[in-house]
Design a protein around this ligand. Structure first.
Ligand code: ATP
Length: 249
């Protein structure tokens, strides 16, 4: 059974069809990239997967269960986490405090709210483990605002990992990163592959082709092709969709 499935999703804004009869399946453990020209409907799709926007028609299924009408926080509880478009970092807290808060949120220990999250040894230890996984252990004690944009993005991954999500929806993790920071993010995501199911929305084609098990190409709200990187690379319809965009760039 697919971990996530959409069936004939439809979403319009006025006269614009942002999602048009979109059917997609994401298999357990795969890194499935969604690519497409600007305005193709990638973000609109993600919002319907995480529940912040409701489709006009169609269904979203998670492990075979229809979650189309489920609120975002309930989807999060089922194991669906979205990262990046909405930042959840608190700038004047230390790096480890931010991650410890996410660990604490996952463990539902809100009764400890008035105690600093990282003062609880088990929580702090988990937060430190997560920081080590994203390569930020040495920055644990620094104030978050002192870190670079790329490091903030690594922190976002640590927060997504803290939620122990079964399905991570990553919305443009490379946006705004320089070449070196992008390369580090690619390595980090490569390390997560197989252990987590990931839906990756990304404009950086080098990153997409380096990481994806499968790629779905979205054009005018609908998927025109799904396949492994080699088959997408060789697909004439996909090339035509991107050539159109490059001429405008
Ligand atoms: N809230 C909204 N109101 C009106 N139109 C919208 C809204 N959200 C998206 N759209 C339109 O729907 C279409 C798809 O937008 P969406 O942001 O999902 O595309 P995208 O593939 O994520 O684009 P980009 O790559 O530029 O981020 C676009 O034409 C956009 O203008």
């Amino acid at each position: 059974m697919s971990l996530l499935e959409t069936r004939n999703l439809m979403k319009s804004f006025g006269g614009i069809r942002a999602t048009s009869d979109l059917s997609l399946s994401v298999e357990p453990g795969e890194l499935h990239a969604i690519i497409g020209p600007n305005g193709a409907g990638k973000t609109t799709l993600i919002t319907q997967l995480c529940g912040t926007q409701a489709p006009d028609a169609g269904q979203v299924l998670f492990k075979g269960r229809d979650i189309t009408a489920l609120a975002p926080h309930k989807r999060a509880r089922l194991g669906i986490t979205r990262s990046f478009q909405i930042t959840s970092l608190i700038a004047d807290m230390t790096v480890v405090e931010n991650i410890a808060l996410a660990v604490q949120a996952r463990e539902g220990s809100s009764f400890r709210f008035f105690r600093a999250a990282d003062s609880i040894p088990a929580t702090r230890a988990k937060a430190m483990d997560l920081l080590a996984r994203v390569g930020l252990a040495e920055k644990a004690g620094m104030v978050t605002s002192a870190l670079s944009h790329g490091e903030h993005r690594h922190m976002e991954i640590a927060i997504a990992l803290a939620s122990q999500a079964e399905l991570m929806l990553l919305d443009e993790p490379m946006a705004g990163l320089g070449p070196e920071e992008s390369a580090r993010m690619v390595e980090l995501l490569r390390g997560l592959k197989g252990r987590h199911t990931i839906v990756l929305i990304e404009h950086d084609m080098d990153a997409v082709f380096a990481l994806a098990d499968r790629i779905s190409v979205l054009v005018y709200g609908t998927i025109i092709a799904t396949g492994d990187p080699a088959s997408i690379h060789a697909n004439k319809e996909v090339e035509a969709a991107y050539l159109g965009e490059e001429t405008h760039a």
